[in-house]
Design a binder for this molecule. Structure first.
Ligand SMILES: NC(=O)c1ccc[n+]([C@@H]2O[C@H](COP(=O)([O-])OP(=O)(O)OC[C@H]3O[C@@H](n4cnc5c(N)ncnc54)[C@H](O)[C@@H]3O)[C@@H](O)[C@H]2O)c1
Length: 319
């Protein structure tokens, strides 16, 4: 049976993709250096899943794995994630994210890998100039993380033009849901509310973000992986609605009665150096028309499902 390689397979999105692929009977190998992901995210998945420690910046190791397991398709999720990390460690983030992608592309060329789906980001757009933002929106990222995603996409286009490499970018937005590993809304709001801890965010209430529920994101990634022939190399995969932090706070308070949460006005900040630029909804027309993508979770349903996961006693696993 042909094999799917998931780079960053022990991480939040990578592990969810591995679980879904394994659940439908695909043979999967997960590659991760466990910088952020944890092996426990991949426990109990059965003999069709292999887990390998390794680094995407090690081309020799990547080639060996692909040859040994006759990998035909790749989900490329390995990256140093988040704009915030990229403010403190710009050279590390750009090196891992860009060189890692370049190695995936080289491996595809050398071993005729059929397709890779790269998990890209709406951070490629920078400040939204129009809304909903479609895939033709100018690429003007504001920080090294988004810049590394644009560079990865462009390298994919170079390989497509010269070597006919099928490298597809799924641009998703702020993904949330069971196991989300970093401190970011809505995780911070839900954890405070469930612990009975007051949380008053001084600012950020007016920031509008397209928050994507984990299951919807995985749906979009697998639709892109399975689609026969791609007329485009990039698809927005999100919820399609831009919701303010103030709306999210109100929804969490409805879903967790007694929650002592509030948020002040204004934009969100990554940290004191950089504001989250104006964003909003992503335009899903292309993914709906070409891939048949249909998000199942609006923010209210997604938050309810995420809270339910916590109530079952689950906790995020972190390194
Ligand atoms: N979560 C989001 O909101 C979001 C939004 C847009 C795009 N993305 C993209 O989705 C992908 C997965 O993100 P995530 O949220 O699951 O983050 P994550 O940190 O949970 O997953 C990334 C994984 O890559 C691994 N990794 C890092 N450097 C590596 C290296 N050099 N070699 C091998 N493995 C390495 C980490 O250990 C981790 O398991 C990333 O490419 C990210 O840019 C995520």
């Amino acid at each position: 049976m042909a094999c799917v390689l998931v780079t960053g397979g022990a991480g939040f999105l990578g592990a969810a993709v591995v679980r879904r692929l394994a659940g439908r009977g695909d043979r999967v190998i997960a590659l991760d250096n466990f910088q952020a992901g944890v092996p426990a995210n991949l426990e109990g998945l059965g003999c069709n899943v292999g887990v390998f420690g390794g680094d995407v910046t090690d081309l020799g190791g990547l080639l060996g794995l692909i040859r040994q397991h006759r990998v035909r398709r790749i989900i490329h999720a390995a990256a140093i994630v988040s704009t915030l990390s990229s403010l403190s460690a710009p050279s590390h983030v750009t090196r891992v994210n860009i060189e890692g992608t370049l190695n995936v592309l080289e491996a595809m060329r050398l071993f005729d890998v059929e397709r890779a789906v790269h998990i890209s980001s709406e951070e490629t757009y920078g400040a939204f100039r129009c809304e909903p933002a479609d895939e033709e929106h100018p690429a003007l990222p504001t920080a090294p993380y988004g810049i590394s995603k644009v560079a990865s996409e462009q390298l994919g286009r170079f390989y497509r033009t010269v070597y006919k490499t099928d490298f597809i970018n799924v641009r998703t937005s702020w993904v949330y849901g069971p196991g989300f590993p970093r401190q970011r809304i809505p995780r911070t709001l839900i954890e405070a509310a469930l612990a009975g801890r007051p949380l008053h965010l001084p600012r950020g209430g007016d920031a509008r973000i397209d928050h994507t529920y984990l299951d919807d994101c995985v749906d979009g990634i697998l639709l892109a992986l399975d689609h026969a022939v791609h007329p485009f190399d990039a698809y927005n995969v999100a919820s399609g609605e831009g919701r303010t932090t103030a709306e999210m706070v109100a929804l969490v308070k409805d879903l967790i009665p007694g929650a002592d949460l509030s948020v002040g006005p204004g934009p969100l900040w990554y940290d004191d150096r950089l504001v989250v630029p104006p964003k909003g909804a992503l335009d899903l027309t292309r993914a709906k028309r070409v891939l048949g993508y249909r998000p199942k979770y609006d923010l209210c349903r997604g938050l309810a499902s995420y809270i339910e996961w916590y109530r079952r006693g689950q906790l995020p696993r972190e390194n």
